[in-house]
Design a protein around this ligand. Structure first.
Ligand SMILES: Cc1cc2nc3c(=O)[nH]c(=O)nc-3n(C[C@H](O)[C@H](O)[C@H](O)COP(=O)(O)O)c2cc1C
Length: 373
């Protein structure tokens, strides 16, 4: 298999390059009968799009999605759904140097080595954050499917440049409108400190990274196919497809390694006739299977590789060491733009497992609930 497809029953194939004509996805396996309007997908794409603020790339993209197949009369037909987003802000000439001068921290060198220099090098080609527009479009369909079983996914910025946001109250985020904070952080004081730090790094020609927390509310019990297709394993795999992701943890995560069993184990209780846990150090997954508690994961994202500060690299044609300064439209911090992408990857994985477990049927009779902004 080529590595461009994700999922078994809800299968997403990604295509396109940063500075080619388009990016997009083909979603195969979506049940028939699901109500799906173009606006449901567009709304999610608007959250990921580079905007006009100083915090993001100056690349201009409208990110208008075209539904080319699989939807008729506002409902899915059961056939593959092809979603296409044309690249408008592409500047094909500006990136010729990338063919032989790999940016430190980017995939230019490994892609060149793997594909013998035949890879589309322009703006990172297949390795650009641009391809995540397709992920978000597929995620919008997955979210629509998950709404039919009352599952909600919410991601927010937990940390940027070492500045930490306060812990969130999971009950308070239920049904909360998204996009209220300019960087997707729920703690306004931490948010303004993070913004100041992003702008400071930008003024120094540098970049910063951070952590996104993703919470899946009301997951059905029993999702996950041990031993190799565990729910946490498949979520992590999906998150690692996002360019720039360097770490994923669930529940207490790495901190669990520093706890005693008596602190880490989540005691079982009965609540409203259901088995729940008193704490959630497991992050809602035990043995690779969802236990019905909120699934909580954190995704670490590195600083944007393209920076204006001079860096050492090698001219691959001459095999000579060089100094490189990257100009162009780059985000000083990709974390805020990755928030809807994280949600999309979580939604795709949950929808896939819900279909595998039979929690979502092959035909959606009632049509499903529409997205709210
Ligand atoms: C939404 C988004 C936007 C991104 N924008 C940029 C960018 O403007 N410049 C850049 O150098 N990297 C950007 N990246 C990150 C690189 O694509 C990524 O670091 C690179 O492909 C290497 O992959 P790796 O970091 O996973 O090893 C972006 C990533 C995402 C998710």
């Amino acid at each position: 298999m080529s590595g461009n497809a994700l999922g078994e029953r809800f299968r997403v194939v990604s295509f396109g390059e940063s500075h080619g004509p388009c990016v997009g996805v083909v979603v195969d396996g979506c049940p028939a009968g699901l109500e799906l309007a173009r606006e449901d997908i567009q709304m999610e794409l608007h959250r990921r799009r580079p905007g006009a603020s100083e915090l993001v790339s100056r690349r201009v993209e409208r990110d208008e999605v075209e539904i080319l197949s699989g939807v008729l009369g506002g409902r899915t037909t059961g056939a593959p759904i092809c979603l296409l987003i044309r690249n408008e802000g592409a500047d094909r000439s500006a990136y010729e140097w990338m063919r032989s001068l790999p940016r430190p921290g980017h995939a230019d060198f490994t892609a060149h080595a793997k594909y013998g220099g035949f890879n589309d090098h322009r703006g990172g080609g297949r390795f650009s954050g641009r391809i995540t527009a397709g992920f978000v479009a597929a995620g919008a369909i997955a979210k629509a499917l998950l709404r039919t079983v009352d599952v909600e996914i919410f991601a927010h910025v937990k940390e940027i440049a070492g500045i930490k946001a306060k812990d969130v109250d999971f009950e308070a985020i239920k049904g909360r409108p998204k996009g209220m904070d300019p960087i997707g952080c729920l703690d306004p004081i931490a948010s303004s400190k993070m913004i100041a730090e992003i702008l400071r790094s930008k003024s120094e020609g540098d970049s910063v990274g951070g952590i996104i927390e993703c919470i899946i509310l009301n997951p059905p019990i029993g999702l996950g196919e041990p031993v190799f297709d565990t729910l946490d394993g498949d979520l992590a795999k999906a998150f690692f497809a996002i360019p720039g992701v360097k770490g994923v943890e669930f529940g207490a995560g790495f901190e669990a390694s520093r706890m005693r069993g008596s602190e880490c184990n989540d005691p079982f209780i009965v609540e409203g006739g259901r088995v729940r846990t008193l704490t959630n150090n497991s992050g809602g997954i035990l043995g690779g299977i969802s236990n019905g508690m909120p699934i909580v994961c954190r995704i670490a994202i590195k600083p944007t590789p393209s920076i204006r500060k001079p860096q050492r690299t090698v001219d691959l044609e001459r095999m000579e060491e060089m100094e490189l300064t990257v100009e162009g439209a780059h985000d000083p911090c990709i974390v805020p733009r990755a928030v809807p992408v994280v949600e999309a990857m979580a939604a795709i994985t949950l929808a896939d497992h819900a279909l595998r477990a039979g929690v979502i049927p092959p035909v959606i009779k009632g049509g499903g609930a529409r997205a709210t902004p």
